[in-house]
Design a protein around this ligand. Structure first.
Ligand SMILES: *[C@@H]1O[C@H](CO)[C@@H](O)[C@H](O)[C@H]1NC(C)=O
Ligand SMILES: *[C@@H]1O[C@H](CO)[C@@H](O)[C@H](O)[C@H]1NC(C)=O
Ligand SMILES: *[C@@H]1O[C@H](CO)[C@@H](O)[C@H](O)[C@H]1NC(C)=O
Ligand SMILES: *[C@@H]1O[C@H](CO)[C@@H](O)[C@H](O)[C@H]1NC(C)=O
Ligand SMILES: *[C@@H]1O[C@H](CO)[C@@H](O)[C@H](O)[C@H]1NC(C)=O
Ligand SMILES: *[C@@H]1O[C@H](CO)[C@@H](O)[C@H](O)[C@H]1NC(C)=O
Length: 306
């Protein structure tokens, strides 16, 4: 731990221009309810974005600590390091996190080949993307369209916006290299369109913000957007009721709106034994029942791994 702190300090003075988030302190630290362990080491650090913000990392960490203590371990703490997919892998590469949750299979493959992560990848949960928009639905999309048809409809409607269109079709993009932004970009590419390319599509609203803010803005401005179930269920009800879900990802492995959350084990993990124990436990029956039992506003958020 002391070495880690020193290393961070060094980075702080020498590496500010690197662009990498060098000063990574856990965003939150969990103790499984063992408050007396307040000043013990954070023995495991898990990097991720959405699954940390939703609270899944917390419930998994608390349950793992409790199970470990029940099995005779001394109480310890687990930290959540806030990051997005690209950064998750950077956090593992630098050793700032031991485990990371990722959603992009191709990036995981590269990370294995580059020796950044262990070749064993743990399928932890299934999340779901949602296509949300204004109830007026100027593009005329619906849930029986496949995702490609739906994006083509969105594009055509937006392309025909003109000064007399009562409610123009617009799309809000996270534009931040998050898993959601990558998925949305892929869906445009799949219909042969690059709305962020030149000449720039004026209906394509690049709005870089945290997921809940971005979704709130899309709903308030009556724009379509891509989001996920956790973000939708985190909205204040006053905003939630103004939007409409036109299409929701299902558990089918072939559904383009399925979002697979996988746990990666960094080669620089502080304690590989403990990190692997967490990974094995979380994809086992106890961890999986924590995943499926996790609710937001009374609704189950994630499906377990298949
Ligand atoms: C631990 O701390 C939490 C929050 O500070 C508190 O609600 C809880 O009662 C404490 N538990 C014990 C066993 O002290
Ligand atoms: C504790 O032991 C039980 C019984 O062997 C096992 O099912 C469980 O996974 C263990 N917990 C941890 C955190 O390893
Ligand atoms: C969805 O749109 C398609 C194409 O316009 C239409 O054929 C279908 O009836 C619509 N389905 C629903 C449930 O509105
Ligand atoms: C403008 O768009 C509307 C549909 O939004 C269409 O009915 C109308 O014909 C268009 N007007 C012009 C001048 O293209
Ligand atoms: C939360 O649950 C309540 C009661 O079921 C419901 O009325 C409300 O719309 C839900 N809010 C969100 C954001 O899902
Ligand atoms: C690593 O974690 C394992 C399992 O919790 C523990 O037995 C071991 O003492 C730890 N090693 C170090 C160096 O802390």
């Amino acid at each position: 731990m002391h070495l880690t702190h020193l290393a961070k300090l060094t980075l702080c003075f020498s590496g500010l221009s690197s662009g990498v988030n060098a000063l990574v302190a856990p965003t939150e630290v969990y103790n499984g309810g063992f408050n007396q362990s307040g000043d013990t080491d954070v023995r495991l650090r898990i990097a991720t974005g959405g699954a940390g913000q939703s609270g899944l990392v917390k419930v998994l960490a608390d349950a793992f600590i409790q199970s470990s203590v029940a099995n005779g371990s001394a109480p310890f703490r687990i930290g959540w390091v806030l990051s997005d997919t690209t950064f998750t892998i950077k956090n593992l590469q630098s050793g700032e996190a031991d485990l990371g949750i990722s959603y992009i299979a191709s990036a995981e493959k590269v990370a294995v080949e580059s020796g950044i992560i262990d070749s064993k990848i743990y399928y932890l949960f299934r999340d779901h993307f949602l296509i949300v928009g204004p109830p007026e639905n100027p593009a005329g999309i619906n849930s029986s369209m496949d995702v490609t048809t739906l994006f083509a409809k969105l594009f055509n409607a937006a392309d025909q916006n003109n000064a007399t269109t009562a409610l123009p079709t617009r799309f809000l993009s996270r534009y931040d290299k998050s898993a959601t932004n990558l998925k949305e970009s892929q869906l445009w590419l799949d219909i042969g369109q690059v709305p962020w390319g030149a000449p720039y599509s004026t209906w394509y609203h690049q709005y870089i913000a945290f997921p809940i803010q971005a979704l709130t803005t899309a709903i308030t401005l009556k724009e379509y957007t891509l989001t996920d179930r956790g973000t939708l269920l985190s909205l204040p009800n006053s905003v939630f009721i103004q939007g409409e879900v036109f299409k929701a990802g299902q558990d089918d492995e072939n559904d383009p709106l399925l979002n697979r959350g996988r746990l990666l084990l960094g080669k620089k993990a502080q304690n590989e034994t403990l990190a692997r124990q967490f990974a094995e436990w979380s994809v086992g029956p106890q961890g999986q029942s924590v995943v499926t039992g996790f609710k937001k506003n009374g609704t189950q958020l994630y499906s377990g791994a298949p």
